[in-house]
Design a protein around this ligand. Structure first.
Ligand code: HQG
Length: 182
């Protein structure tokens, strides 16, 4: 992604995940917003956006963060929200193990409280350790934890998978975490 696309992606994350009201938008059920309303709101806020740029950001986004509705009239973020919306995801059976990338400085707290969703809707889990390492690096010295997801699921905890292959669950208790070296 070039600089312009990254800047636009960050703006879209801000609006579609966290602060739609800052640009005068309200998200519909499922987190959707009309493409035309989004473009108008962006332009009012001094952010250059048109249909072509929006399509390019959605198509080239490194993590496939955004998706258009089937009719192409609406757009939403696939995951990562802090605003209370229901993505309408169906529970799915996870693989035996999923991964969570975090920073070394959070480990003591995670050992005590498990993985908490913090200000997002869900705890975010990765399908592979490599992706988890990249997620952890955003916070500091990366550490990858394994989550015994299937065992958790079988104990009654639902898992969801976003359209861009991020695994989501409410909370991961310490009993379902494997720390490096264990
Ligand atoms: C940590 C990005 C202390 C948790 C990524 C994480 C992901 C605790 C941080 C998505 C804790 C929250 C989400 C506890 C959890 N004590 N720290 N008990 N429980 N934490 O950014 O998972 O680029 O909200 O380990 O790729 O890092 O935005 O979550 O370090 O998919 O599309 O609290 O965001 O995607 O940080 O990242 P975040 P995350 P995007």
């Amino acid at each position: 992604m070039n600089k312009k696309l990254i800047r636009t992606s960050k703006f879209l994350s801000f609006v579609l995940r966290h602060k739609p009201d800052e640009v005068g938008l309200t998200l519909e059920t499922g987190g959707w917003v009309h493409v035309d309303a989004l473009i108008a709101a962006a332009n009012r806020a001094g952010v250059n956006l048109d249909h072509a740029l929006l399509r390019e950001v959605v198509a080239t986004n490194d993590k496939k963060r955004f998706a258009f509705s089937e009719d192409g009239l609406r757009i939403r973020a696939n995951q990562g929200h802090s605003v209370p919306i229901d993505l309408g995801l169906e529970p799915v059976v996870p693989p035996d193990v999923l991964f969570h990338g975090t920073a070394a400085r959070f480990l003591d707290s995670i050992r005590r409280h498990g993985l908490q969703r913090r200000n997002r809707h869900h705890v975010h889990l990765s399908p592979d350790a490599q992706t988890a390492t990249a997620v952890g690096k955003r916070h500091g010295k990366p550490v990858v934890l394994a989550v015994t997801a299937r065992r958790m699921h079988d104990a009654g905890f639902p898992f969801y998978r976003s359209q861009n292959n991020v695994w989501l669950t409410e909370h991961v208790a310490p009993a379902y975490l494997i720390f490096p070296g264990e």
